[in-house]
Write a protein of this length. Structure first.
Lengths: 860, 127
């Protein structure tokens, strides 16, 4: 979508050019900035050159000024030292006291050296004071500020500036004074015209515009290269004075006496303390610098302006060329967009159209894309170009069921000019229909025609998908509903019936059956379990289905078999004896069979469906039945498990009841046994003359009971054999293999309670025989035998012989009583005893059931 | 006094104990039906009754039949201790002695049975 949208956006020719006109291209600024940037280093270089040139000029000026100052001060020193030397000579003459010689020499100096104005000698040594002057009228002030000059002895020289009156006017002069001796006994004073100092400065070669001056240590100007009259004798400027006071030599910037800005250098003589200062007017010095700077900066600025002009020209040229290119691109883009739109319209999967309806209701399509031909065919497309009557077009192009909806949508949109949006079916050239959706914006022209610009989209696939989805949803809902009911059903019979009914109905079958696997003794066979859609009688006449070629895959769990016509299936009719459906079988053409397989892999059975018409079962029916079969397998498993669980629970309940009964019986039996033991103990004790006798008798009877219990336990307390009971009862008294005991009789079964009584009876008989009867002697023997006798009785004989002769006892002991009550009460029998010459004889008659061979003490 | 007990030796021992206490033992039977018959014949004032007997008629049912004919004091001597059996005996109003029964307990039960019945009730061990 984006790949298409982008070129379309370009092709409309609106947004991009508008942006270009409103906003300068970034390259335009770059083109202007380029020459400026190129010229900027030149300008910077020029500035640097000017600055360096200025510095160099100042350095040269400084060197020249200092040079001139040094030269000037040296000249002043030379003048001073030469004059001091003269004065030294004059002083030497005076000190020698040669006054006349002093006079002659002074006069000669005044005469020959025009700059000497005056000499005076005060307090001469041994002479008179005198004063000589170069001409009359020279008045020397009495005192002037003094200053010291270097001297090699104790003499003192002073030099000071003073204004001397000559010829009635003041002239600058230097007063030199020399004194000697203690207390100034000798004082020589000379006045020197200052004019030579100014003349010397003029001769230094100082440029005319420069100013040089010589200052005495008191900072008065002694000589000056210009305006001597005005400034000689005046004090130097305060700025110069402060600088001289601070250092001997310096270059600095200040104002001169005329108030002019000057570059000044001075140098102070270390010998005389006089200073020469030279000043160069700043305007004079800076003029060439300014010219250079102006020239350089002006050149740079001119270069910059020129660069800007060039940049502007370049920008204009580039902009014009860019505009031309852009217009060319726009034209090309519009052409491509138009071409692309044409291609899109041609390849559009639907139809792009412009439809008009004139006020008379005639429809025409001024534009119909190529898709219309694919949708409705070339003839209809040509017909639609119109004009054609609205209803005629509607009836010929639109499916009858959708014409009303289509008409309503068009008329409504034509009336309201709202969007036309309708879904419906269009007829196709091959007689079919295609689902379409038509969407268009609506407008009205000046002549009253309604115009729709829109598209028709083929939504047949979407509609089919929706229908399939609805069908799928319906199936899933049905399956879910059925599964829910199947899951809730735990009764196996009802469950399989419900499975059969639901799957038959949902598959669309005429009838269905759920065959449940049963293994018959004769081999594989299957029981008809449930049916739906057909009476049970319809199948009862036929044998169970077998593992034939058609049924086998289902019963073996191999997979689903679905056939539009099973009679044409290659597997059909291959098995004897019917080779197809037996006569009278319900007609089956459409066939569907789905195995029902348990989670364990066991094939539970198969769901079979039939329909007399061919092609009934589609993939949907197969899907439904397969889903039901899967859930049915689970439900059958669950039902089976439920049934099994019910059986197990019932078995467990019966077991628990049985255990409870057993426990109760055990409790009862133990208590009863204890009661019996207690009774035996009480009665034995009652009839025992001593503890030893009681002990022996009681132990014997308890052991007899214990052995009987053992025999009964081995028989699970159900029955015991009479022979076993007698063997066990006699064993403690005589060995079975001793030959003294013979036991014989048929198999007789004795219940538990009579068994205990019979054991006690046998024990008492044996005890008596051991104490008093046959077993009391080595030769004695006992024969125990029994036989059925009388109606339903067993006669048990106890016959002793070979023992001591016995007679009828005078009384009966507890043993005899125990025998009697056990026989009568416990065994329900009778007892006869006889004391014969040969030995004791006892006969028991015990109720007996010949059928069960069991003693029956009490008969109901 | 009638002793109804299917264990002969126990019946004999009970008889000896009862006689030792100064009572007369009119008879001893081991079955339910025998008890009903002997009670009708001997008309005992007290019946020492076991629950399980040698025939199919148990002691409680036999006692019910006997009591239906005439007032008799029953003293049950049984090895059963389940609630259903106990409840059946309780409904007869008879005392219950558990096997093996102690002689003193038996004496007290007999003594209690011989006390005058304020309500002159026909049956029940409380008399």
């Amino acid at each position: 979508m984006s790949e298409v949208a982008a070129p379309l956006a370009e092709s409309d020719g609106n947004p991009a050019p508008a942006r270009s006109r409103r906003q300068p291209l970034p390259g335009r600024r770059a083109l202007v900035a380029l020459p400026v940037v190129a010229a900027l280093p030149v300008v910077i270089f020029a500035v640097i050159v000017v600055v360096l040139f200025d510095r160099e000029q100042r350095r040269v000026i400084e060197q020249q000024l200092v040079h001139y100052a040094r030269s000037a001060v040296q000249t002043a020193d030379l003048i001073l030292t030469s004059r001091m030397a003269m004065l030294q000579s004059l002083s030497a003459v005076a000190e020698e006291g040669d006054v006349e010689g002093f006079r002659r020499l002074a006069e000669r100096l005044l005469e020959r050296q025009g700059d000497w104005l005056y000499f005076s000698l005060a307090r001469p040594l041994g002479g008179e004071a005198m004063a000589l002057q170069s001409r009359p009228g020279i008045v020397v002030p009495a005192a002037a500020g003094g200053f010291s000059l270097p001297r090699g002895d104790d003499d003192e020289y002073t030099a000071a500036f003073a204004m001397v009156t000559r010829d009635g006017r003041q002239v600058p002069a230097v007063l030199l004074r020399k004194s000697a001796g203690t207390g100034d006994e000798f004082v020589l004073t000379a006045a020197l015209d200052a004019t030579p100092f100014s003349a010397a400065l003029v001769g230094q070669g100082v440029p005319d515009q420069w100013i040089a001056a010589i200052l005495e240590p008191g900072y008065r100007i002694v000589g000056r290269s210009r305006a001597q009259t005005e400034f000689v004798g005046s004090e130097a400027t305060p700025s110069l004075v402060s600088e001289i006071a601070a250092t001997d030599e310096k270059f600095f910037y200040s104002l001169n006496k005329e108030g002019e800005r000057v570059y000044t250098a001075f140098s102070t003589s270390p010998m005389t303390g006089w200073t020469a200062a030279v000043g160069a007017p700043a305007g004079l010095i800076e003029a060439p610098l300014r010219r250079t700077a102006y020239a350089t900066i002006g050149g740079g600025a001119a270069a910059m302006v020129l660069a800007l002009l060039l940049g502007g020209i370049l920008v204009r040229n580039v902009s014009e060329r860019h505009g031309a290119e852009r217009r060319l691109l726009e034209l090309e883009s519009e052409a491509r967009a138009e071409q692309r739109l044409s291609e899109i319209a041609a390849n559009f999967p639907g139809v792009i159209y412009r439809r008009t309806m004139d006020p008379a209701g005639n429809i025409s399509f001024p534009y119909l894309s190529a898709g219309a031909e694919r949708l409705v065919g070339p003839d209809m497309r040509e017909r639609m170009r119109g004009p054609v009557a609205f209803e005629e077009l509607l009836s010929s192009a639109v499916h009858p069921e959708d014409q009303a909806r289509w008409r309503e949508s068009l008329l409504q949109s034509s009336a309201t000019l709202q969007t036309h949006d309708v879904e419906g079916r269009l007829r196709t050239p091959d007689g079919g229909v295609r689902w379409v959706r038509s969407t268009a914006s609506t407008s009205r022209t000046a002549d009253g025609a309604v115009v729709w610009d829109g598209v028709v989209l083929d939504i047949t696939a979407l509609k089919e998908a929706e229908a399939a989805l609805r069908e799928q949803t319906r199936r899933l809902e049905a399956i879910n509903r059925i599964n829910t009911s199947l899951t809730a059903e735990l009764n196996l019979d009802r469950l399989v019936q419900a499975i059969t009914e639901a799957s038959t109905q949902l598959s669309g079958a005429k009838f269905g059956a759920f065959f449940y696997n049963v293994t018959a003794p004769e081999g594989d066979s299957y029981a008809l379990y449930t049916l739906h859609g057909a009476p049970r009688e319809a199948f009862q006449r036929f044998p169970m289905p077998r593992n034939t070629a058609v049924f086998g895959p289902t019963f073996n769990g191999e997979g689903i078999v679905r056939s539009d016509d099973i009679t044409k299936d290659p597997r059909y009719g291959r098995n004897e004896p019917y080779r197809g459906m037996p006569k009278g079988h319900l007609p089956v053409r459409s066939y569907l069979a789905v195995p029902v397989t348990s989670r364990s892999g066991e094939t539970i059975g198969g769901l079979f469906f039939g329909h007399p018409e061919p092609g009934v079962f589609g993939a949907g029916a197969e899907e439904i039945v397969a889903a039901i079969a899967a859930q049915a397998a689970i439900a059958v498993d669950n039902a089976r498990l439920y049934r099994q669980a019910e059986q197990e629970i019932e078995a467990r309940r019966r077991t628990e009841e049985h255990q409870a009964l057993l426990l109760a019986e055990l409790n009862h039996r133990v208590k009863n046994t204890l009661a019996v033991v207690l009774a035996i103990a009480q009665q034995t004790l009652k009839h025992s003359p001593s503890a030893e006798v009681f002990n022996a008798a009681f132990q014997g009877r308890l052991q007899a009971l214990a052995r009987a219990h053992t025999v009964l336990t081995e028989g699970n307390w159900t029955t015991a054999r009479l022979r076993t009971l007698i063997d066990e009862a006699l064993a403690p008294h005589v060995a079975a293999d001793s030959g003294r005991i013979s036991i014989a009789g048929p198999d007789v079964i004795v219940p538990p309670k009579p068994a205990l009584a019979l054991s006690l009876v046998m024990h008492e008989l044996a005890t008596n025989a051991l104490k008093y009867g046959a077993l009391s002697s080595a030769a004695g023997r006992v024969a125990v035998s029994w036989q059925p006798c009388e109606p339903e009785s067993i006669c048990l004989e106890w016959q002793e012989e070979g023992g001591p002769s016995v007679g009828t006892p005078a009384g009966h002991g507890f043993g005899s009583k125990l025998i009697e009550i056990n026989v009568r009460h416990e065994l329900g029998g009778s007892i006869e005893t006889e004391f014969r010459q040969t030995g004791f004889h006892c006969r028991l008659v015990l109720p007996w059931d010949p059928a069960s061979r069991q003693l029956t003490p009490y008969r109901e | 006094m009638l002793i109804v007990e299917d264990e002969a030796i126990v019946a004999m021992s009970l008889g000896a104990v009862v006689e030792q206490f100064g009572h007369e033992v009119a008879g001893t039977v081991a079955t339910g039906r025998g008890a009903v018959a002997e009670a009708a014949r001997l008309e005992p004032d007290i019946v020492l009754m076991d629950v399980r007997l040698a025939d199919s008629l148990d002691g409680i049912s036999a006692a019910e039949r006997i009591a239906a004919e005439r007032p008799v004091h029953f003293i049950f001597i049984t090895a059963y201790s389940d609630s259903a059996t106990i409840e059946r005996i309780r409904r007869l109003g008879a005392p219950i002695l558990s096997k093996p029964v102690a002689a003193e307990a038996l004496r007290k039960a007999i003594a209690a049975a011989r006390l005058p019945d304020p309500d002159s009730g026909p049956k029940g061990g409380s008399a």
